[in-house]
Design a protein around this ligand. Structure first.
Ligand SMILES: [Ca+2]
Length: 411
């Protein structure tokens, strides 16, 4: 999965670089995914079939895989229209650990308790982490993606923007089909080929997916999430997961804490950190789970975390600090942990999350529906702001500002 974050996937990972991560896109625009005739794609596929055969894919597998496949212009559209904006960690967490995702996570943890316990026994990965991966990657299976993977990957490989990468994924997809794990019709995923409950790209699937149900097929696409959840646990285990160790804990730093000690490059024992004045958020002693680093991902005035080796393990799944904190925090929340206690600094417009929530509520009340008020300004909020500005004879910017909020407060 690591690589797939380079190109955010439709199911939610439209977040990039430092703030990339799974499952947290708000209302991504639905692109129609219909195949259209394309002579260039036909020619590319004809050539590819030879290359696939040279890599051990049988003629019957190739023929069967491409029988219903086609060129999907919608996939290229999605690839070209990835918004490369960075979400703040605060916004990211507001979506990743929203009330809804937390409450659904609690229910899923309960409903799948027996399966998750068996997975825990085999892989020594705690149920809440597996559930959190599931929650972020596909909203607990609700957004697994319905695009034909062979069509999507061959379209992207033919397109060529990252042709070599997608061709490799396509060959891996054909190997999966050749193994008999699923059929071309059932092999669906995101526009970028991330598949099933845990959104594995084909090469990750080949490396990590497991058959936990024992039917001989590693089925991460089925409604039954068992194989997918076990595969996520297997992935974490193989990446070095330590059972019983938290990803990290929120901490309080003393005034005047040496900023040069902040960052993943500095690892010390919790006792050392304690001697420097680091406390847990209640002011108590920090827990000891081995060497730890201190990070302040929202800057010196934002929340601080003491992170352990399992933090690094989660980066193997997706190398994004926000994603890792999202997984860890969601896992904590669905097992009854509190929201993050530290205050996030105001955004570039000087607004806090509460200000932005209030702005959304007031806009909606005034007849400019922001489609929810989670405090995260996405395309719906921008459209509502623009409509309000237009109706009020203001310059139309679509930008949330304190000035706008104050104007709405005046009514
Ligand atoms: Ca199975």
């Amino acid at each position: 999965m690591i690589n797939r974050r380079v190109f955010s996937v439709g199911l939610g990972a439209a977040l990039v670089s430092a703030c990339s991560g799974g499952g947290v896109t708000q209302s991504a625009p639905r692109t129609r995914m219909q195949a259209v005739p394309n002579a260039g794609w036909d020619a590319w596929v004809a050539g590819f079939k030879g290359r696939a055969a040279a890599q051990g894919i049988s003629a019957s597998t190739i023929d069967r895989a491409f029988r219903g496949a086609g060129y999907l212009p919608g996939v290229i559209e999605r690839d070209r229209n990835q918004t490369e904006f960075k979400r703040s960690l605060e916004d990211y967490l507001a979506i990743a650990a929203s009330d809804e995702r937390v409450s659904t996570g609690k229910a899923k943890l309960r409903q799948n308790g027996a399966t998750l316990s068996q997975i825990e026994a085999r892989y020594q990965v705690e149920p809440q982490y597996v559930t959190a991966v599931w929650g972020l990657e596909s909203r607990y299976g609700a957004r697994r993606g319905d695009i034909q993977v062979v069509s999507a990957l061959s379209t992207l490989a033919y397109d060529g923007r990252r042709g070599a990468f997608f061709q490799k994924q396509l060959v891996a997809a054909l190997k999966i089909l050749q193994n008999g794990d699923t059929t071309p019709e059932r092999m669906t995923g995101s526009w970028a080929g991330a598949m099933g409950h845990t959104q594995f790209i084909p090469t990750s699937y080949l490396a990590y997916a497991v058959d936990f149900t024992g039917d001989g097929r590693r089925d991460i696409w089925a409604d039954d999430p068992t194989d997918a959840l076990a595969s996520a646990a297997a992935y974490l285990k193989r990446s070095g997961w330590t059972y019983g160790q938290p990803w990290g804990v929120e901490v309080r730093l003393p005034n005047g804490f040496n900023r040069r000690l902040v960052g993943r490059g500095t690892r010390r024992s919790p006792a050392d950190w304690a001697s420097l004045g680091v406390r847990d958020v209640r002011g108590g002693r920090v827990p000891n789970h081995g060497a730890a680093s201190i990070i302040t991902p929202a800057g010196a005035s934002g929340p601080a975390f003491m992170i352990f080796n399992n933090f690094t393990v989660i980066t193997r799944y997706n190398n994004s600090e926000s994603y890792v904190i999202g997984i860890g925090h969601l896992a904590d929340r669905i097992t009854g942990g509190p929201p993050i206690q530290g205050r996030f600094p105001p955004d570039a417009q000087g607004m806090t999350l509460d200000d932005r929530k209030e702005l959304q509520e007031r806009l909606t009340k005034a007849g400019f529906d922001t489609q929810g008020s989670d405090g995260v300004i996405g395309s719906n909020s921008r459209a509502a702001i623009s409509a309000y500005q237009r109706a009020s004879g203001l310059p139309v910017t679509g930008e949330p500002t304190m000035e706008l909020l104050q104007r709405l407060r005046r009514g």
